[in-house]
Design a protein around this ligand. Structure first.
Ligand SMILES: Cc1cc2nc3c(=O)[nH]c(=O)nc-3n(C[C@H](O)[C@H](O)[C@H](O)COP(=O)(O)O)c2cc1C
Length: 189
């Protein structure tokens, strides 16, 4: 798939087929992520690719985030509360969840550089997933259970979880595909 086509096609997918992904596909996605630029070439990312029993355990931890949804009712709207509970409890039955971590940083500049770098790697992964015919959704809502999830996966104390990515072949439910603003640049001569 041509790059611009993948960029146009990519949308957050929140419903997945149960089909497993091959190890080769998963390794291609991680490779794409690892080729991203990073501040001072620090490459501050680590990807915990969970499938099978570990994926199920990640789901159990993630479902605890639903206790925090009340804080977001104003943002998501009360009518979407039940849908959000289902989404965070099931993650669309994604067969794979990738947990993205980076080294902790006390200084704001170091933290900014790390977070941006991990963000670029994630976008590489999301675009590669699109090119593979896969669907994905990056979910920072895992923030609320980051310590429990880090404990489950044995993530070192010096590292922190940035986001998790639900991944799989898209289900029949079409992605929400919200519109993206066009007026986002100021061109200055
Ligand atoms: C940094 C970041 C955090 C996000 N966190 C969540 C999340 O916690 N839950 C969720 O359902 N989607 C999450 N998303 C997906 C966004 O909701 C989605 O990208 C946005 O609505 C635009 O839709 P699109 O990806 O289909 O273009 C996140 C995306 C980004 C880039």
């Amino acid at each position: 798939m041509e790059l611009y086509e993948a960029i146009e096609k990519r949308h957050s997918v929140r419903s997945f087929k149960p089909d497993e992904l091959s190890r080769e596909v998963l390794e291609r996605l991680v490779r794409a992520a690892s080729l991203a630029p990073s501040a001072m070439n620090e490459q501050p990312w680590h990807f915990y690719v969970t499938t099978g029993e570990t994926r199920a355990q990640v789901g159990e931890v993630m479902s605890q985030t639903t206790t925090h949804l009340e804080e977001y009712v104003d943002l998501i709207g009360p009518e979407r509360h039940a849908e959000a509970v289902r989404w965070y409890s099931e993650l669309g039955n994604a067969p794979v969840v990738i947990v993205c971590a980076m080294p902790k940083a006390d200084d704001p500049f170091g933290r900014l550089n790390k977070q941006l770098s991990v963000g670029t790697a994630i976008q590489n992964l999301l675009l590669a997933a699109t090119a593979e015919g896969l669907g994905a959704c990056s979910i920072t809502f895992a923030f609320w259970v980051r310590d429990e999830m880090a404990g489950l996966l044995g993530i070192p104390d010096d590292d922190e979880i940035v986001t998790i990515i639900a991944l799989g072949y898209p289900g029949d439910e079409a992605p929400a595909a919200p519109p993206h603003k066009a007026d986002v640049a100021t061109f200055l001569d």
